[in-house]
Design a protein around this ligand. Structure first.
Ligand SMILES: Cc1cc2nc3c(=O)[nH]c(=O)nc-3n(C[C@H](O)[C@H](O)[C@H](O)COP(=O)(O)OP(=O)(O)OC[C@H]3O[C@@H](n4cnc5c(N)ncnc54)[C@H](O)[C@@H]3O)c2cc1C
Length: 337
């Protein structure tokens, strides 16, 4: 039976390393454990939160309810043919260990997503993406439990409604289901995804052109650009890249000819938030221990003893400046609790 701990510290369970606590905390090692917990009256009566590894969460204060952490482990090849292998991985598996295991076997599809912190169970939620790849390209299905009924649910890829940093798990099913595992279809004859320019450049000099080498190069790039959360607490990109209508883009472009952009769905453009923030002079700036990272303006950092409130105040100032200057509203990628 899963044990409920009281007044549990979350300092190691949030990548900002805020010194916060939760009223109740429970780790579930199996689907049965979760079913048992969610059938208890206290689950219905309390505010609840599902937690992975806490790398996309900002705790603005102590959590006054019950945190459930699925720590279901296991990786299993459930099917294969000449081209593909289907692997089911437990929600509690560490994402990057799963990637390392896959690339060591030479399986391709998720190598560009190397070194993204977090758990396998969280990977579909915001459809993690980096260096020209998104996890939706490799997900076959997601298994979950309905928190109201305890029943098992299966979301086939199409039902997950994946989009940029989005899925059905952040929309209709937010807080209504607990992901227990995900099944990935990986290629035995991978085609390398070198769409990201810096990756292509760094790969061009390499003797080995395989998924394992991509993984090593991605790790090098990420380590050179992003702060290690163990050293400086952060949650990766704090804001999403906004999408704006073509007309608005043209208007801003007239004033700022250097405005970078990428074509997006419909008549719209995606603008890198990092550029907008940098233009407003925030890159490398600090307010006490809350700061905007010097090498990547999209990352807000806890340089020591900043609180969730400090980071949120900094984020609000950045949002105001970007809106005031460009008329663009930034949307947070991080889940604020
Ligand atoms: C240094 C750094 C770099 C990063 N780089 C990237 C990047 O390149 N690309 C990218 O996409 N993201 C990136 N991120 C964000 C983060 O790594 C991902 O969003 C990751 O998937 C979060 O996993 P987690 O287990 O820590 O989730 P958590 O932060 O614990 O949870 C995230 C959300 O999912 C919910 N949740 C968690 N587990 C479950 C479950 N089993 N069932 C239902 N709901 C659940 C939580 O309630 C919460 O709303 C980065 C973060 C850091 C710190």
């Amino acid at each position: 039976m899963p044990e409920i701990l009281r007044n549990h510290s979350l300092s190691k369970l949030n990548s900002f390393h805020f010194d916060v606590r939760t009223h109740k905390y429970c780790e579930c090692k199996s689907v049965k454990d979760i079913q048992e917990i969610i059938s208890r009256p206290e689950f219905r009566n309390e505010k609840t939160l599902i937690l992975g590894e806490g790398s996309n969460i900002l705790f603005s204060k102590d959590f006054g309810g019950l945190i459930i952490r699925p720590v279901i482990l296991g990786r299993e090849i459930i099917r294969e043919d000449r081209e593909y292998v289907w692997i089911r991985a437990g929600a509690g598996e560490n994402w990057d260990e799963f990637v390392a295991w896959s690339t060591a076997w030479g399986f391709g599809g998720i190598e560009n997503l190397s070194l993204i912190p977090g758990s396998v169970g969280s990977s579909p939620i915001q459809n993690i993406g980096a260096y020209g790849a998104e996890v939706q390209e490799s997900i076959e299905e997601v298994s979950a439990l309905d928190v109201l009924t305890g029943q098992k649910l299966t979301f086939l890829k199409e039902a997950c409604r994946f989009a940029y940093r989005d899925s059905i798990f952040k929309q209709e099913w937010k807080n209504k289901c607990i992901i227990t595992s995900a099944t990935f279809r990986l290629s035995k004859k991978p085609e390398l995804n070198l769409g990201y320019q810096m990756l292509a450049e760094k790969m061009s000099g390499r003797e080995r052109q395989d998924v394992e080498t991509i993984r090593q190069v991605i790790i090098e790039i990420r380590r050179s650009k992003l702060p290690d959360p163990e050293q400086f607490g952060n949650a990766g990109s704090f804001f999403k890249n906004p999408r704006i209508p073509e007309e608005q883009y043209q208007g801003i472009l007239e004033k700022y000819p250097g405005l970078p952009s990428y074509p997006a769905a419909g008549r719209s453009r995606k603008i890198p938030s990092a550029w907008l923030i940098e233009q407003c002079g925030w890159k490398g700036k600090r307010r006490g221990d809350a700061g905007c990272y010097e090498k990547q303006a999209l990352v807000l950092v806890n340089y020591g003893s900043a609180t969730g409130k400090d980071i949120l105040e900094l984020a609000t100032l950045i949002e105001k400046d970007v809106h005031g200057r460009f008329g663009i509203r930034l949307e947070k990628e991080v889940n604020v609790i």
